[in-house]
Design a protein around this ligand. Structure first.
Ligand SMILES: [Zn+2]
Length: 681
């Protein structure tokens, strides 16, 4: 390795302030000393503001923002590397640093001086005359400090700190178990007859997968690009069963068992809620969200379930009749796909050749240019993996709004799924920094025999979704960092992302990104019509599944008492889900043990899974305005940018929605989109 300025820790000093982030220089050995130093200086800053008791915004809230700035960035940067480019050394360092970070963040509300200073400032005349954004910042800071224990007696504060540190540790372990259990599974099938039904691309990937490990035949894993085509298309029922069970039993036994961790996480969360004076964890986390209470979220779920169950029963009967026998859980995706083909003569795989990643990205960028007036300009910057692509996001006037890194293919050192992660949430005119990551179908082959990355429609939707989150961060103009970008209520945060998925279903938008990778043709009308007709296929079943996950989440964080209820959460979750799924779940079904949304973070999507559906209601209704006034209407795009994307959490999300739509959100647009009620004129 060439000499590099080892003396400079990329987490410290100028390295994180100016110019592009040096992902290439960040090493495991920087993590602990870097985080230690930043925690120490953040503490100094907060101690100083507590002692100063300044009667100004700058001296209190402003000083708090400054004190935590560098630590926040370093924290985000390390979290990002752990997600997208980890190594055994990095993970070990991160495991050491993370509890310290958790302890620091949860110590803030317990800092006597800080709370006293902010409370005293709130009583001043200056505070009473603050502009609406800074007034909200003050109110939210006080509420947040209280919600996190500022008013607890010393013993309570101590207990809360211990809970938070423990939660960070246990949830990190949960997530690592899922990653390890996923990677631990591989299955080699030598007999080609057994992989009958598998689409050509998936078959080729499975063959190359085996070859890359020096084996004959076909390799299957539990990573999405391998597992999903296998469970959907393999004719061999026993093989489907084997893969289904492996997938849904991940991390539920052996050395990577998450069962005990789940119970521990639920206990810790409930203890935390009680300590802070809340009935349960759901009430604690929904307090400052649109739903406000766990009960209201539960009744939202129940309302949607009622409006879906009739259509769901019909769909269940139809697929069973089609198969001609009772379905097992590992038959559902298989027969659903077969029936889709029979009904619509539509094979989703036929779309892939029209969605080469390059065209999809170019088209997506064009759509964002039309709607929000922004451009992606490729740049040559340091990255964490050679496949990562850096861009500058600039607006019409050439202003550099953000630096964006796009990292879309699976690797062994990267967690599953797709996400947008802010590394720097900035206050303009400074530029934001963000990562868009996914695990899409990669390019195949080498030399003459290469095939570009050909995406499924679902992957295209996911890309638009994450780019929507990216806009929410990068177009933020909020002058206060902690209210900026995507730091909004969880049941609002999916609006800017989910709304973008709508453009992947519109002819005029598809024509901007669908190009056959060989012929360059746009998507044939016949194929487009099939895509649209098949869109609402099994919509009730899909919605029920999401509602089932949401109910599991709310049930475990509202009704379930881990101290007194005797049943195992994994089994309890299976029992709840039984009412929401097409086929009976096997007794060993343990999806909860790999349900990262609920357990991979101290809070994460816990008591917040309902927000996907909540935000779908918002996005379907908001998209209605584009429908009415024009898919690429600059005016509507500008209005959305102005009312939603630019505003972060600087105003009440309900008010922001109303500002854009001119009224409260309505449920009907979603039900119409899913074909559950007839479309209005
Ligand atoms: Zn999202």
């Amino acid at each position: 390795m060439a000499t590099s300025p080892q003396a400079e820790n990329p987490l410290l000093g100028s390295a994180l302030d100016a110019g592009p982030i040096r992902f290439d220089l960040l090493r495991a050995e920087h993590v602990v000393p870097g985080i230690d130093a930043l925690i120490a200086s953040a503490k100094e800053g907060i101690d100083a503001l507590g002692e100063a008791m300044a009667a100004t915004y700058q001296g209190t809230l402003g000083a708090l923002e400054t004190a935590t700035l560098k630590l926040e960035r370093a924290n985000a940067l390390c979290e990002h590397i752990e997600s997208a480019a980890t190594s055994p050394e990095f993970r070990a360092a991160w495991n050491e640093a993370q509890p310290k970070l958790a302890a620091f963040w949860s110590s803030l509300p317990l800092h006597e001086g800080l709370y006293r200073a902010v409370k005293a400032y709130a009583l001043t005349d200056e505070a009473k005359g603050l502009d609406p954004v800074r007034a909200r910042h003050l109110k939210k800071t006080l509420d947040d400090l209280k919600k996190h224990g500022a008013e607890l007696p010393p013993a309570g504060k101590q207990q809360l700190t211990e809970i938070d540190v423990e939660l960070a540790k246990v949830t990190t372990k949960f997530s690592q178990n899922v990653l390890d259990a996923t990677n631990a599974f591989e299955l080699y099938i030598e007999d080609e007859a057994r992989v009958a039904g598998l689409p050509e691309l998936a078959k080729r990937a499975a063959r190359e997968g085996a070859a890359s490990k020096g084996k004959e035949g076909f390799r299957f894993t539990l990573h999405a690009p391998s597992f999903i085509p296998a469970i959907t298309h393999l004719e061999d029922r026993a093989l489907r069963e084997q893969l289904y069970r492996a997938y849904n039993e991940r991390a539920s036994g052996g050395t990577l068992d998450n069962r005990a961790l789940i119970l521990q996480i639920l206990k810790l969360r409930r203890a935390k809620a009680k300590l802070l004076g809340f009935k349960d964890f759901a009430d604690l986390v929904t307090m400052d969200r649109m739903a406000k209470t766990g009960e209201r979220a539960l009744s939202f779920i129940a309302d949607l379930r009622e409006r879906t169950k009739e259509a769901f029963a019909k769909e269940k009967a139809a697929i069973t009749a089609f198969a001609g026998h009772e379905l097992a859980a590992w038959d559902v995706a298989f027969y659903a796909e077969k029936r889709r083909k029979a009904l619509f003569d539509f094979d989703e795989e036929a779309l892939r050749p029209y969605f080469p990643l390059e065209s999809v990205l170019t088209g997506a960028f064009e759509i964002f240019r039309r709607l929000y007036g922004v451009e992606f300009v490729a740049r040559d910057l340091p990255v964490w993996d050679p496949s990562v692509r850096p861009f500058h996001l600039v607006d019409g006037k050439g202003e550099h709004l953000a630096t964006v890194y796009i990292d879309l293919f699976p690797r062994d050192n990267k967690v599953q799924g797709a996400w947008m992660a802010p590394i720097v949430t900035a206050v303009p005119p400074a530029a934001h920094v963000a990562v868009v990551a996914a695990n899409f179908t990669p390019p195949l082959g080498t030399g003459e025999d290469t095939l570009p990355a050909l995406l499924s429609h679902r992957e295209v939707e996911t890309l638009f979704h994450e780019l929507g989150h990216l806009m929410h961060l990068c177009l933020s103009r909020v002058p206060v960092r902690s209210l900026a970008g995507t730091s909004v209520a969880w049941d609002f945060v999916e609006l800017p992302s989910q709304i973008m998925e709508n453009w992947t279903w519109e002819r005029d938008a598809i024509d901007l990104f669908a190009r056959h990778y060989q012929s360059g043709e746009t998507l044939p009308q016949g194929l487009f019509d099939k895509l649209v007709r098949a869109r609402t296929y099994r919509a009730a079943s899909m919605q029920m599944q999401q509602l089932g996950y949401a109910e599991i989440d709310l049930d475990l964080h509202c009704r379930f008492d881990p101290e007194t209820d005797a049943n195992d959460p994994v089994e309890r979750a299976r029992d709840i889900l039984a009412a929401y799924v097409t086929a009976q779940l096997p007794p060993t079904y343990a999806m909860l043990a790999s349900f990262g949304h609920l357990f991979a973070n101290a809070t994460g999507y816990a008591a917040g899974y309902y927000s996907y559906k909540w935000a779908e209601v918002l996005d379907a209704d908001a998209f209605g305005r584009f429908r009415e006034e024009g898919l690429f209407s600059q005016d509507v795009g500008a209005a959305f940018r102005e009312a939603i994307l630019a505003r972060g959490d600087s105003a009440d999300p309900g008010d922001l929605f109303k500002q854009f739509r001119g009224r409260e959100p309505k449920l009907e647009a979603l039900l119409e989109r899913l074909g559950l009620v007839p479309a209005s004129a």
